[in-house]
Ligand binder design. Sequence first.
Ligand SMILES: Nc1ncnc2c1ncn2[C@@H]1O[C@H](COP(=O)(O)OP(=O)(O)OP(=O)(O)O)[C@@H](O)[C@H]1O
Ligand SMILES: [Mg+2]
Length: 382
Amino acid sequence: MSNAQSPPAESVWAEELAFLQKFDDGPRPPGWRLTPRAVVTFICGSNEPLKAGKGKANELQITQKFVGPKDLIERSVITLAGERGLLLVGEPGTAKSMLSELLAAAISGTSALTIQGSAGTTEDQLRYGWNYAMLMANGPTPEALVPSPVMTGMRAGAIVRVEEVTRCLPEVQDALISIISDRRLAVPELAEGEGARIEFAEPGFNVIATANLRDRGVSEMSAALKRRFNFEIVHPIADLAHEKALVLRRAKSVVTRTGVGFNVDEAVLEAIVTAFRDLRSGRSAEGWAVERPSTVMSTAECVAVASDIGLQNAYFASDRDPLSLVPSYLLGVVLKDNPVDRSKLLAYWDSTVKRRADSGARLWKRLLELRNVVEQAHAEAF
Ligand SMILES: Nc1ncnc2c1ncn2[C@@H]1O[C@H](COP(=O)(O)OP(=O)(O)OP(=O)(O)O)[C@@H](O)[C@H]1O
Ligand SMILES: [Mg+2]
């Protein structure tokens, strides 16, 4: 597992999870591995090393994983201890999937009970299917039944994740209604006496769904399903310094994982993060209006640009300094759907970048000199 590109949260943070189990032995909701407070600490981090006993061996500082309001995490954790599901909604790349993975790993010790919602998701994938060879040979038997992650989670009393729930067809989404409200699932094919066999959810079972505001909207979810979920909106990171620190941490870890050093200096990183925030919000840090491109300018894309620049700098270290790479990578994010987005980026150069350069900021002056890159790069595709 250690060589996997993206191991699950419960493996990456196994040490912290084991520590928190020991550290906080207070009451937990039935079926939970950790106390609600320990789950919040796992996600938001501890400011200092926590002590679970005497000596250094019993001390551990918990890493901050989610950058954002703690009360959002507290409410999410409380929702999961209750009778409703949790729906994390927000713009793309705001760490909804990451949060749902961390919550499932902390509460149930596994984040693997996941369904990736798409237009092709069927009701069977949310309920159960059959091993057809066994079904043909022996008819519907418990052995021939193939449980969905939802059914497995009900049996095990674990958190189940439904990613991008609004991409599923509404009638497929509605299969979740009875699962969340009744906490049981009928299997009519396995009749027992008079009625269908019923699978009951063990304590600890609940559902975390995520939905992206750019997809077919949450507005298309049925009112009945919406009522079964508590909604939590996940916003982009509010503070520049926090976002910069996160981008640095993530980009550094991506680059150093490949075995080379990360040599992009803080000022360049700050320029990248600032440009992303200006273009994402439609307003520059100084309050000047900025035309927003139609593409997603999330923290996730920002991490990708910062790590690409770090990688290019490490593998093709030469005369090109990291700053000179910024315009073309930025354009690579902005220019995806619509040629007009190039003009919007040029307008950003002609207004915000220019004003900063005129005010004497050296780094923005250099960026202004690179305006022709924005004009010419990727010309073939658009
Ligand atoms: N507030 C944040 N705290 C920590 N990491 C963040 C935050 N916002 C974005 N990220 C980074 O962005 C990455 C992308 O997050 P993730 O895939 O979970 O987003 P998402 O909201 O599920 O996006 P999508 O809607 O496209 O599915 C995370 O792995 C993390 O590196
Ligand atoms: Mg996601």
